[in-house]
Design a protein around this ligand. Structure first.
Ligand code: IPE
Ligand code: IPE
Ligand code: MG
Length: 249
C-alpha cells in the first residue's frame, strides 16, 4: 500500500494497519484564536477535517474509527458554543447519511444520547438504525461521552442483573464486564491519536485504552490532514506491541 508523503513515499504495511483508530480531535478553538477568528469557525473547519478523515479511514480499509466529538465535560462550555457544535453535528449527519450508506459505513454512538435535545436524539437513532447492517467500517462517535460515566453505568447495570438473579458475582470476568460497556461490540483501539499538543486522555475510553498505542501531535485539529494521518499510522507501524510479554521476533 503506497501513500505519498511530501515528496517521499510512505509505505504502509497493509497487514499491520490498526483495526481500530480512536481520535481526540482537539485544538479547534486555539486554531481559530491563532488566526484572530471566532472559536465557532475552528469548529466548522474541524468538522470538515473529521469528514475527510472518516472517508480516508474507509479508503484505507481500517474497520473501526472512534471520534471524540463531545465530552460529558464539554456541557460546561458556554451555551452558544454548545449550540454551534450540535448544529454542525446535525448538518453533517444530514449531509453525509447517503454517502455513509453508499460506502457501507455503520454509524454508532457511544455516550449518553439522552442528554441531547429530542430532535438530535431521534436523528442519531435513525442513522444508527438505517446503517446497522453496513459492514465495511464502523464509525463510532463519542457524544456526551465520559469514560468514568461509562464504567459507572456498566457497574449499575451489572449490579441490577445480580440483584435480579440473572448473574452471579462469580461469573464476572473481563469478557462479561465488557458486555455492559457502550463499546460492547467494538474491539479496543489499537491506536489513539490526540491533536493540539495536550498529553492527556481527558476521560476518553478509560477501560478500552489499556494497551492502546498513543500518538500525540502538536498540530491543531483543523490542520490535521491525510498526510498527518498517514504519519500517525506510520508511527504506529514502527511500534513493538508487547502486552507485557517478552518480544520474540
Ligand atoms: C476540540 O477543540 C473540539 C471539542 C472539544 C468539541 P476545542 O474546542 O477543545 O479547542 P481548544 O482545545 O479550546 O483549542
Ligand atoms: C476532549 O477535548 C474532548 C473532545 C475532543 C471532544 P477537550 O478540549 O474537552 O479536553 P481538555 O478540557 O483540554 O482536557
Ligand atoms: Mg480542547
Amino acid at each position: 500500500m503506497k501513500n505519498f508523503l511530501n515528496d517521499s513515499v510512505i509505505t504502509l504495511d497493509p497487514l499491520k494497519l490498526p483495526k481500530h483508530v480512536a481520535i481526540i480531535m482537539d485544538g479547534n478553538g486555539r486554531w481559530a484564536k491563532s488566526k484572530g477568528l471566532p472559536r465557532a469557525y475552528g469548529h466548522k473547519v474541524g468538522a470538515e477535517v473529521a469528514k475527510k478523515i472518516i472517508y480516508k479511514t474507509r479508503e484505507l480499509g481500517i474497520p473501526y474509527l472512534t471520534l471524540f466529538a463531545f465530552s460529558k465535560e464539554n456541557w460546561f462550555r458556554p451555551p452558544e458554543e454548545i449550540s454551534t457544535l450540535l448544529e454542525l453535528l446535525k448538518i453533517y449527519l444530514d449531509a453525509e447519511l447517503e454517502e455513509m450508506k453508499k460506502q457501507g459505513i455503520r454509524f454508532k454512538v457511544i455516550g449518553d444520547k439522552a442528554d441531547f435535545p429530542k430532535d438530535l436524539q431521534e436523528k442519531l437513532e435513525f442513522i444508527e438504525k438505517t446503517t446497522q447492517e453496513n459492514e465495511k467500517m464502523v464509525l463510532c462517535m463519542a457524544l456526551s461521552y465520559g469514560g468514568k460515566n461509562e464504567i459507572i453505568k456498566a457497574v449499575k447495570k451489572l449490579a441490577e442483573e445480580i440483584k435480579e438473579g440473572k448473574i452471579s458475582p462469580e461469573e464476572i470476568d473481563e469478557g462479561l464486564f465488557r458486555k455492559f460497556l457502550d463499546t460492547k461490540d467494538i474491539p479496543d483501539p489499537d491506536l489513539l491519536i490526540r491533536t493540539s499538543g495536550e498529553m492527556r486522555i481527558s476521560n476518553f475510553l478509560l477501560f478500552q485504552l489499556a494497551y492502546t498505542e498513543l500518538y500525540f501531535t502538536p498540530i491543531y485539529w483543523p490542520d490535521f490532514d491525510e498526510k498527518e494521518y498517514l504519519k500517525a499510522l506510520y508511527s504506529y507501524q514502527q511500534r513493538e506491541r508487547r502486552f507485557g510479554r517478552i518480544y520474540e521476533p
